[in-house]
Design a protein around this ligand. Structure first.
Ligand SMILES: O=c1[nH]cc([C@@H]2O[C@H](COP(=O)(O)OP(=O)(O)OP(=O)(O)O)[C@@H](O)[C@H]2O)c(=O)[nH]1
Length: 613
């Protein structure tokens, strides 16, 4: 059976899988693909440091594996197969790339690195189309990669060795097989499971769809496939190839209702498949209606946070509406409305005993939790909300476009306004940094540095994470005096606090504290080019040769730049820069060996070493 019709496109072609991996063979034959297996002899010895990203390395290795097989087969028979597929799977933890262990000790080293942590698994895939012309081999290569995040539980030495002695780790990237006993080591997986096993089947089908069903230019505005198009969509597209009816209509009505920009939410205009009337009336624009109401939902969330509703229910819930109203000193009717909307939004639960928080509300909306986003909600309500009400006039009148249509940084100008505003800003940054600090601190191995200075480090969340991760590191948080003065209120005790100090100052004016490593986390995006160059040049002058600069910014690879969150933020904070732009900025300011890594879902991190001037 061929469920995915695009696989059927390869049915009559001579397809070769250039891989000895039994897992890849199984995944592809389970999908209905018929192919010959010719393991590649390409030695996986490319210089990792010469690649900008780990996935670039995996894609190049996959390509070389496939090309080696294509040219060997061509040389032998003077005939090449039609298609050769190559793949390479790697595990990335911090800045380190792990492949297959060479022996048990190596497997132990790998598994110890992964123990208790999150890591990324990348599989690079190359699809090589071959053609022999006048005895010469012509190839056309399409390549892509898929990333999956995997977290290991905390595992005992005993368990690690037991697993290693089972023999399973030896032919597996990172030293574990998630599909077998290695699955027991894993706490969670985010992304495509088969990608971890060795072949991202879903992305492969999308890539085939892209190659075999390119949309006609006139259909581009209508057919937007982020997912593998539904079977009926393909059939219509095939009809189109054969000169059939207009596929655009049915493609829109099919299951492919996701946006091409990578956002998983339904496209605003995309119809709900079940409501797509056959009577010629337009389908209900459910996504659009949801967008129209989006601001109301935000305001409900902000109001409930401001009233400290989630704090009250965390400590005292479940409570009846009248009791909540009494405690809030609010009107009973109004309170009940608010509570019921919170239930509808998935923030509260309602039973015969009254209202209580959902798990997500207790975790992220109560003010004292480790993962609380209260500060962000409060800041968005008090400030960003107002900024966005000026969007219309700002678009018309054309504010300073370098900072986005609104011409203001969300964070700009408030620090000097009032102590309360500064605190609100700090609470928002504190909330956000808690989500990302660990990823930033561990994106690269920073153990060679003994002192770090986090410029604009605000409440010291990242400093704390750095100190925790690197026991030799002394960390300075350098921020404006009005910020450092208030930062004490955010500190928790702990041994690593002894290695953190707060120094007041302005990074545009004052001498920067001495350090081996300078850190800029979510700072560069807030400044226009002239200021940014000024700041980088000041850091470059203070940084000794061999010292480092670590920059963390909103993830902004091409596909992400187009997606919803960064786009909305860009309205008030300017367009995020891509990893390549950051690499170039660091190089321009005297940093070499610049490397880029992902830090969780939200950020990318760039690390450069100061060259001898
Ligand atoms: O959870 C799992 N993770 C990884 C694997 C298997 O690991 C290897 C990865 O190695 P590589 O990409 O170099 O592929 P090879 O096996 O050497 O085959 P090639 O001939 O294609 O180079 C891969 O086999 C994964 O399947 C796993 O099984 N589980």
């Amino acid at each position: 059976m061929v469920l995915c019709p695009v696989i059927g496109k390869l049915q009559h072609k001579h397809v070769v899988l250039a891989s000895a991996s039994p897992r890849r063979q199984e995944i592809l034959s389970n999908a209905g693909l018929r192919f010959e297996v010719v393991p590649s002899r390409f030695k996986e010895k490319l210089r990792k440091a010469s690649f900008a990203t780990p996935y670039a390395y995996a894609m190049e290795t996959a390509k070389q594996k496939a090309l080696e097989v294509a040219s060997r087969m061509h040389q032998k028979d003077l005939r090449a197969p039609d298609v050769v597929i190559g793949a390479d799977t790697i595990v990335v933890v911090g800045a380190v790339i792990l492949e297959k262990p060479v022996d048990k000790q190596d497997a132990y080293r790998m598994l110890s690195r992964l123990n208790g942590k999150e890591h990324s698994v990348f599989t690079g895939v190359a699809i090589v189309h071959c053609c022999s012309k006048d005895g010469r081999l012509d190839t056309e290569v399409s390549e892509f990669y898929e990333e999956t995040t995997v977290k290991f539980s905390e595992l005992s030495e005993e368990l690690l060795w037991e697993y290693i002695n089972s023999g399973e780790p030896m032919d597996k990237a990172g030293g574990y097989g998630i599909q077998a006993q290695g699955g027991m080591l894993v706490e969670y997986v985010h992304g495509d499971f088969l990608n971890v096993v060795g072949f991202p089947l879903n992305h492969f089908c999308k890539e085939l769809a892209r190659l075999y069903y390119p949309p006609r230019p006139e259909d581009l505005h209508r057919v937007r496939h982020a997912s593998i198009p539904a079977v009926d969509t393909f059939e219509n597209l095939s009809d189109m190839e054969a000169g059939g009816s207009d596929p655009g209509q049915s493609a829109e009505g099919g299951r492919g209702g996701q946006q091409a920009d990578g956002d998983r939410s339904q496209a605003p205009g995309a119809p709900d498949a079940a409501l797509n009337g056959a009577d010629g009336r337009p389908p209900l624009p459910a996504g659009l209606l949801e967008l129209m109401d989006g601001f109301k939902a935000s305001k409900v969330l902000f109001t409930a946070c401001k009233l400290k509703l989630f704090d009250m229910l965390k400590d005292q819930g479940p409570l009846k509406a009248v009791d909540i109203a009494r405690k809030l000193n609010a009107c009973a009717g109004g309170t009940e409305w608010l509570l019921d909307v919170c239930v509808a939004l998935g923030l509260l639960e309602k039973t015969h005993r009254g209202y209580s928080n959902t798990e997500v509300a207790t975790l992220h909306l109560a003010s004292d939790g480790e993962h609380s986003l209260q500060g962000l909600a409060e800041y968005n309500d008090a400030h960003v909300w107002g900024v966005f009400t000026r969007l219309g006039p700002a678009v018309q009148e054309g504010a300073d476009q370098t900072r986005g249509a609104l011409g203001v940084m969300e964070e700009e100008g408030h620090l000097s306004q009032s102590r309360e505003m500064t605190l609100q800003f700090m609470r928002a940054m504190h909330s956000l940094s808690k989500l990302t600090a660990h990823h930033v601190a561990t994106a690269f191995d920073l153990s060679r540095f003994t002192s770090a200075c986090d410029l604009g480090g605000c409440t010291g969340i990242l400093a704390r994470e750095l100190a925790q991760e690197y026991p030799r590191l002394q960390v300075t948080v350098f921020d404006l005096p009005e910020v450092t003065e208030l930062s004490g209120g955010f500190q928790r005790g702990g041994r690593q606090t002894e290695r953190i100090r707060f120094v007041p100052g302005d990074f545009f004016k004052d001498n920067l504290p001495e350090a081996d490593l300078y850190v800029l986390s979510r700072i560069l995006q807030d400044w226009p080019d002239d200021k940014l160059h000024k700041l980088l040049s000041r850091i470059s002058s203070s940084c000794k040769p061999g010292g480092g600069l670590l920059v963390a910014e909103a993830a902004a690879e091409e596909k992400e730049r187009a997606s919803r969150r960064p786009r909305l933020r860009a309205l008030s904070a300017g367009q995020p820069r891509s990893p390549d732009e950051h690499r170039w900025l660091l190089q321009r300011h005297g940093f070499q060996d610049v490397r880029v890594a992902r830090a969780g879902d939200l950020l990318h991190v760039v690390l450069g070493t100061r060259a001898v001037p």
